[in-house]
Design a protein around this ligand. Structure first.
Ligand code: CP3
Length: 352
């Protein structure tokens, strides 16, 4: 049975709203999904976490599919995101990550030898459970499924630093002290990521988001050297599949002009700069974002007013509503409900 998406005019079309907006259509309402929409703000997620570890949830197809579905039972989101983590492919490369609750890398990468010890796994070895989860989800989902991965620079940030940090000084110094080892590490991460994301698309992921959470740590030159070429290669490798590609960097307002050059359909903006000011910097792309996730700790009245500000700032072109970064565990359920309702009720100008 083909899925239909009612538009605000009451007509229906074959392609779901999220995919239309992600492909550059200026839709008559903005689709909405939230980064980390499955997670600790939901009591049903916390209940599963009493019984299973995070990696058990990620690595057991039925559990990962269940967690992906949890937010969709409560809220009318326009897309689902695979429940997993950007660290998922690292285990097959030969390095184990734990969450305590921040990430801990058992053997941080600090030298050319450490880089040499990492493998580039075959596509089927990277995370064999992921294609299974995707197939399970596609057989039941009524909205499009987003697959995702971490950008090489962000994955390298964790691998070198060895744990979460505010400023990642060890990593930033490593890029300068060991540029060759850094490039070899980024190369291995790039090849693994291309295989991993390709596998997700072949299994049924209908869009791909590349998370570059820590790109904003770097100045333009460093990003140009250690970020851009690898991101570009991943995005180009996905081009033949014709699924929309979404790129997000956080705290990276100074890098928007460089992101504007990427072969990507959607740029996801954090909350620091309003969408009407981001749009001219990134060119002819769909914008995703960018409510400050902290607002979901406020009251429904504040959520509605702030969401409408974001919606108005997004009117200059195609827009997918989202937060500027992942939802906080302290977010209030009633606020998420108000947010979805506000976005669904907001009429944008006639579709193009
Ligand atoms: O969006 C979704 O609903 C899909 C699931 C998802 C998770 N992580 C689940 C998760 C996604 C898309 C991610 C991406 C991710 N993971 C990013 C990029 C987005 C961002 O936040 O910048 C990053 C940097 C990570 C790495 C990561 N994973 C960290 C730093 C942590 C610990 C800190 C934290 O927020 O808990 C995780 C763990 C993690 N990943 C949890 C979830 C639900 C929490 C685990 C738990 O339940 O305790």
């Amino acid at each position: 049975m083909s899925e239909t998406t009612p538009s605000s005019s009451g007509a229906s079309t074959e392609t779901p709203l999220f995919l239309r907006a992600a492909s550059g259509e200026n839709t008559s309402r903005a689709p909405i999904w939230l980064m980390r929409q499955a997670g600790r703000y939901l009591p049903e997620y916390r209940a599963l976490k009493e019984k299973y570890t995070f990696w058990e949830l990620c690595r057991t197809p039925e559990l990962a599919a269940e967690v992906t579905f949890q937010p969709l039972r409560r809220f009318a989101f326009d897309a689902a995101i695979l429940f997993s983590d950007i660290m998922t492919p690292l285990s097959a490369m030969g390095t184990e990550i734990e969450f305590a609750p921040g990430p801990i890398i058992q053997h941080p990468v600090r030298s050319a030898n450490d880089v040499a010890a990492l493998r580039i796994p075959d596509a089927e070895e990277i995370a064999p459970f992921v294609p299974k989860i995707i197939k399970l989800l596609r057989s039941e989902l009524k909205v499009p499924l987003i697959g995702f991965g971490g950008a090489p620079l962000t994955l390298a940030t964790y691998l070198v630093e060895g744990k979460g940090s505010k400023d990642y000084p060890l990593f930033r110094q490593f890029l300068r002290a060991e540029p060759e080892a850094a490039h070899q590490l980024l190369e291995k991460l790039t090849q693994t990521t291309i295989r991993y994301l390709t596998t997700q698309i072949e299994a049924g992921a209908q869009a791909i988001q590349l998370f570059d959470s820590w790109a904003g740590l770097h100045n333009e030159d460093m990003y140009q050297t250690f970020g851009v070429p690898y991101i570009q290669r991943i995005l180009e490798a996905l081009a033949p599949y014709k699924v929309p590609r979404i790129y997000i960097a956080v705290g990276a307002g100074h890098l928007y002009p460089l992101m504007g050059q990427f072969p990507v359909e959607v740029i996801s903006a954090d909350w620091r700069i309003p969408l009407d000011r981001v749009r001219p910097l990134v060119g002819d792309k769909t914008l995703q974002g960018n409510l400050d996730p902290a607002i979901l700790l406020a009251t429904p009245e504040v959520v509605k007013a702030e969401a409408e500000k974001v919606l108005r700032a997004g009117l200059g072109g195609p827009h997918i509503f989202n937060l500027g970064h992942g939802i906080f565990p302290q977010a209030k359920i009633e606020n998420v409900a108000t947010l979805v309702e506000t976005v669904h009720n907001f009429e944008r100008s006639q579709s193009a």
